[in-house]
Design a protein around this ligand. Structure first.
Ligand code: SF4
Ligand code: SF4
Length: 299
């Protein structure tokens, strides 16, 4: 409380008068009239007064439309404005803000210690992360990414038992210091469900082939919890959102832990799916996604 009052008192003491000149002086500010001025081919109701200087192209409606409202979305060509980060308000959902991005981070779950240094370091808050129950992840994968069928119901009924087996193997791997990747354990256990047809199993497993989950070096989320209360250990995951501009700062911060590397642009397809799954809001299908590349260690 005392420090708040100190700040307020100092603020009052530093208040000063700013001379504004004659209130009826000619308006020569860059924000005069409309924020956007008709360029001659546009149909805006107001036009600048003849006394006003010609505006820069950036402030004309036709430039604005060609840059930000061309309906091209991610196919919008890069321009001088984009290259210096000029972006119109309210257009983020229809245009890529990061046309300069050539690589994005790829997270290697098996090496991650959940130190959170990358997340704190990212200047664009582009690394959403989550700790989740294994059962929640399993259910989301089955309900959201597997087509409706009798086999899907069989799969859902088997998931609690699969979880128990996978969990036991996860803990054994941690104890023996030879943990297998989560996706491998899931793949092996789901593979034993011969009563579930292959397309159903494959759709389910595709989630885990594409989205890595960490447990082996994240004791706060998995092994410590599991030791105290069997069945409570969960999974940790970091996702790369579309806010990423590819600066590589997170990789620098991760350093010798080697849990982040920069990967080429096609990875962004996976990124969009990962972000979706982070929110447990699956897409209806995998249409439009790319397969893993040889340089992608743990897609
Ligand atoms: S590359 Fe840069 S912007 Fe992208 S997630 Fe890492 S720190 Fe954030
Ligand atoms: S990716 Fe690296 S920096 Fe980020 S939490 Fe994992 S170990 Fe830490």
């Amino acid at each position: 409380m005392a420090s708040n009052m100190t700040v307020m008192t100092m603020g009052f003491e530093r208040a000063m008068e700013v001379p504004h000149g004659a209130v009826d002086a000619p308006d020569r500010s860059s924000m005069r009239v409309e924020a956007l001025i008709a360029c001659g081919t546009c149909d805006l109701p107001r036009t600048p007064s003849a006394a006003q200087e010609k505006r820069a192209p950036l402030a004309s409606t036709c430039t604005f439309d060609s840059e930000f409202r061309a309906g091209l979305g991610y196919d919008q060509p890069a321009s001088t404005l984009a290259s210096v980060g000029v972006m119109a308000a309210g257009t983020g959902s229809t245009a890529s803000k990061y046309v300069a991005r050539r690589e994005t981070p790829l997270w290697i779950a098996e090496n991650c210690t959940q130190c959170m240094e990358c997340i704190v370091a990212c200047p664009d808050t582009a690394l959403p992360n989550t700790a989740q129950e294994i059962s929640t992840v399993f259910r989301a994968a089955a309900r959201g990414f597997v087509s409706e069928s009798e086999s899907k119901d069989l799969l859902l009924a088997e998931l609690p038992a699969v979880e128990d087996r996978v969990r036991t193997r996860m803990m054994a791997g941690v104890k023996e210091k030879a943990p297998a990747p989560f996706k491998d354990l899931v793949e092996e256990e789901i593979g034993t469900l011969t009563q579930v047809d292959e397309p159903t199993r494959d759709s389910f497993l595709e989630v885990f082939r594409r989205i890595p989950f960490a447990y082996s070096m994240t004791p706060a989320v998995f092994s410590s919890k599991e030791r105290k209360d069997a069945g409570s250990g969960g999974l940790f995951a970091i996702f790369v959102s579309d806010l990423c501009k590819g600066c590589g700062e997170c990789v620098e911060e991760c350093g010798d832990k080697d849990a982040l590397v920069m990967a080429s642009a096609p990875i962004m397809f996976r990124v969009r799916i990962s972000w979706t799954t982070c929110r447990i809001r699956p897409r209806p299908s995998w249409v439009g996604m790319t397969r893993r590349t040889p340089s992608s260690p743990t897609l």
